[in-house]
Design a protein. Structure first.
Ligand SMILES: Nc1ncnc2c1ncn2[C@@H]1O[C@H](COP(=O)(O)OP(=O)(O)OP(=O)(O)O)[C@@H](O)[C@H]1O
Length: 208
């Protein structure tokens, strides 16, 4: 079973966008376009503002100035963004399968059932284990499974490869390639080399 097609194609455009924390501007005068089917890698030193920009794109922080629009977003179609931050949002006393069912109930389910998503990310054997007992890399794989059970066209990922082993990083890149080929869009903050052919890179420059 595959991840399934993205329901609608969305393009991201920003114009003279400035974002930061409080009055402190971390990213200034940012005008960019990320088309459906493409990815943007955010790079730069610790404290440069990568997470802040992702939170702003996700609508969780208000821009300081400028504009930000997701063209093609259908207000009738419900939420269209997955934002995955540093934390894994895992409830320790739910099993791995229960965790994924919880997310599918909350975010909406697609063609890939939770058990199949666990298989896809290499967690099938841990389905009945309490999620709190997963290793750091396994918890990160569970986050990837969360993306798969609820198809959404826009993925905003903060350090998705943190704690993943080499096979996990390959898996993550493969999931991203599938997402982009199905018309999805991704913006990814990372310190790692992610094998994503054709991805654009934006390097944010503030010192840590
Ligand atoms: N809630 C907050 N209130 C005030 N300042 C904050 C807050 N959260 C983060 N910051 C500051 O914003 C700056 C940018 O942080 P941000 O997490 O966006 O950087 P980053 O590029 O993602 O860094 P890293 O590579 O370490 O993940 C940092 O100096 C940080 O201390």
């Amino acid at each position: 079973m595959t991840q399934g097609q993205v329901q609608h194609r969305i393009n991201l455009k920003t114009q003279a966008l400035a974002c930061g924390r409080g009055d402190a501007v971390l990213v200034a005068d940012l005008s960019l376009e990320v088309a459906a089917g493409s990815a943007l890698l955010l790079r730069g030193p610790n404290g440069a503002g990568k997470s802040t920009l992702l939170l702003t794109l996700a609508g969780l922080l208000r821009p300081i100035s400028g504009t930000l629009v997701f063209e093609g977003a259908d207000p009738e179609a419900g939420p269209f963004i997955h934002h995955c931050g540093h934390k894994n949002a895992v409830r320790p006393r739910l099993t791995v399968l229960e965790t994924l069912r919880f997310w599918a109930d909350l975010n909406g389910s697609g063609p890939l059932p939770p058990a199949a998503a666990l298989e896809r990310v290499g967690l099938a054997r841990t389905a009945r284990v309490d999620a709190g007992y997963l290793s750091a890399g396994q918890q990160r794989r569970l986050v990837l499974a969360r993306l798969l059970v609820s198809p959404r066209p826009v993925w905003l990922l903060d350090e998705p490869s943190a704690a993943l082993d080499a096979a996990g990083r390959e898996l993550m890149a493969a999931l991203l390639v599938d997402h982009l080929e199905s018309g999805g869009l991704a913006v990814i903050a990372t310190h790692d080399d992610i094998a994503l052919p054709g991805a654009a890179t934006l390097t944010l420059g503030a010192e840590a």
